[in-house]
Design a protein around this ligand. Structure first.
Ligand SMILES: Nc1ncnc2c1ncn2[C@@H]1O[C@H](COP(=O)(O)OP(=O)(O)OP(=O)(O)O)[C@@H](O)[C@H]1O
Length: 584
């Protein structure tokens, strides 16, 4: 294994040259200042060392064992500082490395690398009384280990071995950043042993992907998805030795057609670099492919089977609700590190079907204002996206009209984790016989979400009571009201006030929803003389994850628990600075 790395990074000759070089010089592993006093004779040094060893045995109080050059490959099981307990704290290998030009006693266990500064002795040979500071990095956060060499400008291979470098991820709030720790030691054998053990441990993280299919939408939002991928994500994937097969999409539907046909066996995950529309397309591809492979027909009450591969989302769109809901921030490096480290989060999804046929899978479905604003935005597609969204919002607010709808829903009876998948499937298969609650009326907005939909305009999410996988959807129904009251409700999404504490807003945790244009006769229509209603002609305009869909008649929306795995984590709130839309 080490041999292959040698050739991969430096070429075999370069590695053997270094080995010879080190042998000639009889390079010691690393020296603590205590062991290298320049006027001390070898004899005195040995005496000192012996004395130190005695002191160490006598003094239980010392928190760090005496630094000593250990022979390459020496395994110190149970030796040294007392650690917690169990195999996790058992040293696998131990040695002395320079970290930041200071000698450190470094210990590798199966879960972490710990280093402690070696305290120089006083001239009288007494050990320092100050407690050495211990630092560590958890191996679950380490995503790459590389051999470090000194190379001159332009030199592509070879170079003097300097030690090994660990690449790890550190957390600041929801944000993840990559960082490095350099363990400097000129001994090839010593580094080889450490490298081998570290690689073995990292290869043991089976949930981390080794091969990814990547889709990049070059026209997303500010058209910078390709650069985001190339400059900020690809270098990290390369460092982590992840193979990638990248498709820069050429048209709408390109990713979907590839996912329906290509062999997925060679991949451990799929990555989408783009906005929510691109994510929706890749999700359709993954889920349709899973149904096709399992030969499931897609009639109304069918129980979809989960996608075979997890999906990572690198945010490059405007709202990025899917990325924010599992990363907490709109930050490509955070998303990339969650993918590399294999953090996976099962998420609930909803399906939409009409007349007994599956239309689409989705995370967030809107009718009314959400559909109207998106219709305007699509018409204004000649305007740059940054201004288009605001203008569409203002126009939709100016033209705000309620939709006359018939809404039915089954309240969710399931707890977050107390039902098995088959029980949930059973519940969902009897939707026709279930106890539907029915509402008829004028609605300004209806939103159904299976995940919280966090974003910068709604840091706490669009849905109050849903989590990523609590086996239910959140239904928010905003009944007809004045424009000013509706704007107040919208503004509260980006403030600390509760957007749902209005008499005209109803929120339900639901398992299934039926929604269609109202079929009442004209003479039954309430307030029709006083309220301008969108003439539906039996059709509603749906906004499904940022994509428009016109559907005639009623649509059935059902929740499907844990239908997809996303790379990411469960987050409470988006850590994006709240954006107050200047237009409202
Ligand atoms: N090369 C392409 N040309 C045109 N459309 C494309 C291309 N590649 C993908 N698409 C489509 O572009 C649509 C919009 O993509 P995306 O959501 O990433 O961008 P956006 O709409 O600008 O972002 P947001 O949804 O965050 O506002 C998707 O439906 C996707 O299928």
């Amino acid at each position: 294994m080490f041999e292959s790395l040698k050739s991969a990074i430096n070429g075999p000759n370069a590695w053997s040259e270094s080995r010879e070089e080190l042998k000639e010089k009889k390079q010691p592993v690393s020296k603590s200042p205590a062991l290298t006093g320049n006027r001390v004779t070898e004899k005195r040094k040995r005496k000192k060392r012996k004395k130190k060893q005695q002191q160490a045995q006598e003094s239980e109080k010392r928190s760090v064992p005496e630094p000593r050059p250990i022979s390459p490959g020496e395994t110190l099981s149970g030796h040294g500082r007392k650690e917690k307990s169990g195999n996790e704290s058992k040293p696998i290998v131990r040695g002395i490395f320079q970290i930041g030009k200071k000698s450190h006693d470094v210990v590798l266990t199966s879960t972490r690398v710990t280093w402690t500064r070696i305290q120089p002795e006083s001239p009288a040979g007494e050990a320092s009384q100050t407690k050495p500071v211990e630092d560590f990095v958890e191996l679950k956060d380490v995503f790459a280990v590389k051999v470090k060499r000194r190379r001159s400008a332009g030199q592509q291979s070879g170079g003097t071995l300097l030690g090994i470098t660990l690449f790890f991820c550190k957390r600041k709030g929801a944000k993840l950043k990559d960082d490095t720790i350099h363990l400097d030691n000129l001994s090839v054998d010593h580094c080889e042993i450490w490298f081998k053990h570290l690689k073995e441990i990292l290869n043991g993280f089976k949930h981390r992907p080794k091969s990814l299919k990547v889709f990049v939408n070059p026209i997303s939002y500010k058209k910078d998805a390709y650069h985001i991928y190339k400059d900020r994500v690809a270098p990290l994937l390369k460092l982590a030795d992840i193979q990638t097969d990248v498709t820069v999409t050429e048209r709408k539907g390109h990713a979907l057609s590839i996912l329906k046909e290509c062999s997925l066996d060679q991949y451990d995950g799929v990555v989408c670099v783009g906005g929510d529309g691109s994510v929706a397309e890749v999700v359709q591809g993954l889920l349709l492919r899973a149904q096709m492979d399992a030969e499931r027909d897609r009639q109304s009450a069918f129980m979809p089977i989960p996608a075979s591969l997890p999906l990572g989302v690198i945010p490059a769109g405007s709202a990025n609700v899917v990325a924010c809901s599992v990363n907490g921030v709109k930050h490509p490096v955070t998303a990339a590190l969650h993918i590399i480290l294999g953090h996976r989060q099962p998420v609930d999804m909803c399906s939409l079907s009409s007349m007994g046929v599956l239309l689409q899978f989705g995370f967030c479905v809107m009718v009314g204002f959400g559909g109207q604003a998106l219709t305007v935005a699509e018409r204004l597609n000649w305007i740059p996206p940054t201004q288009r969204h605001e203008l569409a919002l203002v126009t939709a607010l100016a033209q705000l009209r309620p939709e006359d709808c018939e809404l039915s829903f089954i309240p969710s009876s399931t707890g977050e984790s107390d039902h098995t998948q088959s029980e949930l499937e059973e519940d969902l298969s009897d939707v026709e016989d279930a106890d539907w609650q029915v509402r008829r009326g004028l609605y300004l907005s209806l939103t159904i979400t299976s995940i919280p939909c966090l974003c910068s305009v709604a840091p706490k999410g669009l849905a109050p009571f849903t989590r990523l996988n609590n086996n239910s959807m959140a239904l928010t129904a905003v009944a007809n009201t004045s424009r000013s009251e509706f704007i107040k409700h919208l503004k509260r999404y980006s403030s600390s006030n509760n957007p749902f504490s209005f008499s005209f807003v109803e929120v339900q945790r639901v398992q299934a929803v039926k929604l269609g244009p109202c079929s009442r006769h004209d003479d039954e229509q309430r307030d029709s003389k006083h309220t301008a209603i969108i003439p539906s002609e039996g059709t509603l305009t749906w906004n499904i994850d940022g994509e428009l869909l016109e559907v005639q008649g009623e649509v059935l929306i059902r929740v499907h628990p844990k239908l997809l795995e996303l790379f990411g984590t469960d987050v409470e709130e988006a850590e994006e600075p709240p954006v107050n839309c200047s237009c409202i």
